[in-house]
Design a protein around this ligand. Structure first.
Ligand code: G3H
Length: 538
């Protein structure tokens, strides 16, 4: 393994042709107010987690993107504000049917960019070809599901309610200007799980791609431009302090849709001068535990814990980030787990069956090594022979046993390939961990006895927002509610919940008398209002 890791980065000639891109790619275009503009100012360099060997040196520079200034980013905000025009803009006043047409057009144009986006995803964040394709396709499916959910929502609202002498129609209305920022691990999907519902409900958007995974958004600029009225989608690039702070400080953002760290979310929220005007939709940190009971199905546990802790190298907010295993099966579990992890295929994102790939965050291998060293110095044991072996951006998964609360890895979110294992004899130990944790996203429990599982389910559902039985933690299917307690989330993001999160219930009400009945009937029959309407989208 040592030798394989030493030689993990390919020669230029070894990169398969269809994967290659004409690097460096200098992304100089941006979209504001329906215009694709050319940026001539400062730029930020983009480095890939994949190093390419050429003439005995390694290169990973793959391009650049605009480092915009405050002035330009405020122009994006003004464009979004004008497009919303206090709810009177073309986009928020459109019928749902018309908005759906725009989104469908966007989806059609987006599909044409699949190859380009997938390739850039591999190069920018090191995600495997299979997972990059999956991310793209899942996003398209998410958009289609959102359209269906919107139709359902609209159908349910296309009726009048008469109660206590009042005739009313209750619908959902947009909130205003949304600032969307997704994370690097799902740079496309998680950005779109807020961007699409925000747009669908009639909001306008300023959107900033994540710090890593920026270039992959550039093939979509034309699709935004050609699908939506001007100013509805505006894309900004650059350093958060320079381009995001002024937008938040303006007080003109109505919804902050952010997926990332608690630290950044707190800074952004505090920058807004009118906290009650701002709604936050946040996907934050997590430290999801697996709790393995003595009578579990062993093979299934090992399989689920590997995908749960190591899919995309453990860089998922839903990843299993700590494993509690019953003392009586601990040794057998570790032995099997180590055996399987050591067999995982390592390599470049395009390699067949690859599972472990290089990590995109700068200095991540060093950061992970620090966790391992801290744990070992406090009594943990490194269980697998290749654990923690590294080469530049590559880090082989490290399995740590005998982990205790004195160690950083016990509490902190590693967001990478380290699997801390804690043994227990009293089930209260993992339950106390969950109760005392700052996080509350999900948990996985593994066992066979229905009574034991039922007790755990009933305890954990009041601590986290999804309890997975005999399965790893995950977000999908995307129609299921995705949220968290404590420092893990604000707001819920399933396909249908997201439509609710980016809108507010609004109603129009009339006293039930003859003259009002006549007015209501006329408005509906003559189709004079988009809101007060019983039109039905089929
Ligand atoms: O990073 C967090 C993602 O929402 C997780 O999604 O469970 O489908 O990988 P996933």
């Amino acid at each position: 393994m040592k030798e394989q890791i030493e030689k993990i980065f390919p020669e230029k000639s070894e990169i398969p042709n269809p994967i290659n891109l004409p690097f460096p790619i200098h992304q100089t275009k941006y979209l504001i107010n329906g215009e694709i503009l050319e940026w001539n100012g400062l730029s930020e360099q983009v480095y890939s987690p994949i190093y390419i060997k050429e003439n005995e040196t390694f290169e990973n520079f793959i391009g650049s993107y605009p480092l915009m200034d405050k002035e330009t980013s405020l122009k994006a905000l003004v464009a979004a504000k004008n497009a919303y025009n206090n709810g009177q803009g073309e986009w928020p006043s459109m019928t749902i049917k018309q908005r759906i047409e725009c989104i469908k057009k966007f989806t059609f144009l987006m599909r044409e960019q699949r190859n380009e986006v997938v390739k850039l995803m591999m190069w920018e964040i090191g995600k495997s070809l299979k997972d990059s394709e999956k991310e793209f396709d899942r996003t398209i499916e998410y958009i289609n599901d959102t359209i269906d959910a919107l139709k359902d929502l609209d159908r349910d609202s296309s009726k009048l309610v008469i109660k206590q002498g009042i005739i009313a129609q209750i619908r959902r209305a947009p909130l205003g200007v949304v600032l969307c920022m997704g994370p690097f691990n799902y740079p496309l999907n998680e950005t779109f799980t807020t961007l699409i519902p925000a747009l669908t409900m009639g909001n306008t958007v300023v959107f900033k791609p994540p710090k890593l995974g920026v270039l992959l958004h550039s093939p979509l600029l034309n699709a935004y431009k050609n699908s939506f009225p001007k100013g509805v989608v505006n894309v900004i690039y650059g350093d958060g302090q320079e381009v995001v702070a002024p937008i938040m400080e303006s007080g003109d953002i109505n919804v902050l849709a952010f997926i990332g760290s608690c630290k950044v979310a707190d800074i952004l929220k505090k920058q807004h001068p009118q906290p009650h005007k701002l709604k936050s939709v946040l996907g934050l940190e997590a430290k999801n535990p697996a709790i393995i009971l003595e009578d579990c199905d062993f093979d299934n546990v090992v399989k689920e814990c590997i995908t749960g802790s190591l899919s995309f190298n453990g860089q998922r907010c839903t990843a299993l980030k700590i494993i509690f295993v019953h003392e009586n099966i601990k040794d057998a579990f570790i032995e099997k787990f180590v055996e399987e992890v050591e067999k995982l295929v390592i390599g470049m994102p395009w390699d067949e069956n690859v599972f472990i790939t290089p990590l995109p965050e700068p200095n991540k291998s060093e950061h992970l090594t620090h966790y391992v060293e801290d744990a070992i110095s406090k009594g943990a044991k490194l269980c697998n022979p290749s654990g923690g072996m590294k080469n530049k951006s590559f880090f082989f998964p490290a399995i740590l046993s005998e982990v205790t609360e004195e160690m950083k890895i016990y509490h902190e979110e590693q967001f990478g390939p380290i699997i801390p294992i804690v043994s227990f004899t009293d089930i209260q130990k993992p339950l106390d961990y969950v109760v005392n944790s700052n996080y509350g996203q999900q948990a996985s429990i593994f066992g066979q006895d229905s009574k034991d599982l039922a007790i755990l389910i009933d305890t954990l559902v009041n601590q986290v927002c999804r309890v997975n039985v005999n399965a790893q933690c995950q977000r999908g299917p995307d129609v299921f509610p995705f949220t968290g307690r404590k420092d893990s989330a604000e707001g819920t993001l399933s396909v249908s919940d997201a439509l609710r999160v980016f809108s507010i219930r609004t109603l129009v009400a009339f006293k039930e008398n003859d003259s009002n009945k006549k007015i209501v009937t006329e408005i509906i029959q003559k189709q004079e209002s988009n809101f007060l309407s019983t039109d039905f989208i089929l």
